[in-house]
Design a protein around this ligand. Structure first.
Ligand code: EPZ
Length: 443
């Protein structure tokens, strides 16, 4: 297993190109199952999660060819193959093949996705929406066995205990494109990745409106055709590099960013004192004043994204004062606290609220990656920690950050990848989470 090694203390400067969005690409790959015609997706990041989804599609009889950042997908005729446990357990987003398979073939067999280190990952809203459309779904041997004699449009409310659900909205929206009649999704998620998915579906011939609101309408059609699509940039990768500039008090230019998709991130970092300005060829992020602590609460879009919570926590460790971070989407998404404290941070957890006593001088340490975004937080902390930080199990990062060490090194960081001997680090909390939720993280 590889590890990333960082010599801290360098200010980041220069230009970084943001890659295409992982969380837009995954449901769009699933949506390609809705037609027998070829689809072409451009701006695809080279990430482990994309390879996993490609393997799942191939397992379902689909031809998937990748050339540079372009994926060409040619669905075959579904022979009732399965989205198997070993692939679905590696990436929770695989559950969004359920809707397209049901809509196109009337049946699907998908491993039931488990929980993961960021908490239990229920799929009750996915099942509620698909059953409302007329699917019969049972659970046998850890698999979801879904069948339908034909999906029918309906009105379904998809709000859960923690608000809207991104992939449940995606699943129902995709299934509804081929249902008979109109479907209305109330309390739909409206993340930019769902807008991107809706645009791809409409390019395939679907009839979807209201996709950038919490009420989406889908008029079912007879069939869909192949389409070409350019992915939106990855807003969480962009947010991560904004924090990288902030935590090293640097000055960087981000290319391929859509500022309107990261207003909550820009707003919060501006409150910290980071200067963020749109220039002609990108987003300029620099620190030219003392930064201050702020409070953060994560919420569904357009609120502050939960996928940026860990990164903000790392930053708050390095500014004076007390900050309070409340997690309203995944209340258990705090596995990074124990690792940051091993680097000298002073963070306590009260339920779903973390209290950070900032301005600690972090010191480098060997730490363990776990959740994709928690791992990013450890990298950010390592950029400013004194001495050397080794982030083990870096495969978690390879799931969501394309060429991370190259991009950081290009900004002046001293970071490299090493083959790591078996590590003996034992962080109790991590081991506990791993025992409870399984050893692999699921996006
Ligand atoms: C998507 O996951 C993202 N993954 C996650 O990013 C992201 O953290 C999450 O949305 C929230 O923004 C992908 O897009 C591949 P949810 P998703 O359903 O759709 C609860 C990353 O790091 N819920 O919006 O699975 C759920 O437990 C990953 O890139 C139900 O209660 O998340 C959570 O508390 C991590 N029942 C809340 O809703 C359900 O049926 C939001 O989850 C489904 C979800």
């Amino acid at each position: 297993m590889d590890k990333l090694v960082i010599e801290g203390g360098r200010r980041l400067t220069g230009t970084v190109e943001i890659s295409g969005s992982k969380n837009s690409c995954l449901p769009i790959l699933a949506a390609s199952l809705l037609t027998s015609e070829r689809s072409v997706i451009k701006g695809v990041p080279r990430l482990a999660d994309i390879s996993t989804m490609s393997k799942i599609l191939r397992n379902l009889g689909v031809r998937v060819d990748q050339r540079d950042d372009t994926l060409s997908i040619l669905p075959g005729d579904y022979q009732g193959r399965t989205a198997p446990y070993e692939l679905v357990s590696a990436m929770r987003a695989s559950v969004c093949v359920l809707g397209p398979l049901l809509a196109r073939f009337g049946r699907a067999r998908v491993s039931f996705p488990g929980g993961c280190v960021i908490g239990p990952r229920p799929i009750d809203l996915h099942l509620k929406g698909l059953r409302a459309l007329g699917a019969e779904i049972k659970i046998e041997g850890g698999y979801l066995i879904a069948e339908t004699k034909g999906l029918k449009g309906c009105t379904v409310y998809l709000g859960g205990h923690f608000g809207s659900s991104v992939l449940a909205t995606a699943n129902i929206m995709m299934a509804a494109t081929l249902a008979k009649g109109k479907t209305i999704i109330e309390n739909a998620a409206c993340e930019p990745e769902l807008v991107d998915l809706a645009k791809f579906l409409n390019a395939m011939g679907a009839a979807i409106t209201g996709y950038n609101t919490h009420r989406i309408e889908i008029e079912g059609v007879e069939s869909l055709k192949g389409a070409e699509h350019n992915l939106i940039p990855d807003r969480i990768e962009a947010g991560t590099y904004i924090v990288a500039a902030a935590i090293t008090r640097g000055d960087i230019l981000l290319k391929n960013v859509i500022p309107e998709q990261i207003t909550a991130i820009i707003d919060k970092l501006s409150e910290v004192g980071v200067s963020i300005k749109q220039e002609k060829d990108g987003l300029r992020v620099k620190v030219d004043r003392k930064l201050s602590s702020v409070d953060v609460t994560t919420l569904p879009y357009p609120g502050f994204p939960t996928d940026m919570q860990a990164q903000m926590m790392a930053l708050m460790c390095t500014v004076g004062g007390i900050s309070v971070i409340t997690e309203k989407v995944y209340p258990e998404r705090f596995i990074h606290i124990s690792e940051l404290n091993r680097m000298g941070a002073d963070i306590i957890l009260e339920g779903a609220t973390a209290i950070i006593k900032g301005s600690k001088d972090l010191s480098g340490a060997p730490v363990m990656a776990s959740d994709l975004r928690a791992s990013a937080a450890l990298i950010l902390a390592g950029l400013v920690a004194q001495g050397r930080t080794e982030v083990n199990r870096v495969y978690h990062l390879d799931r969501g950050y394309e060429r991370l060490e190259d991009k950081l090194a290009g900004l002046g960081a001293k970071v490299w990848r090493e083959k790591s001997r078996r590590t003996t680090i034992d962080t109790t909390e991590y081991r506990e989470k791993e025992r409870v939720y399984g050893s692999s993280y699921q996006a």
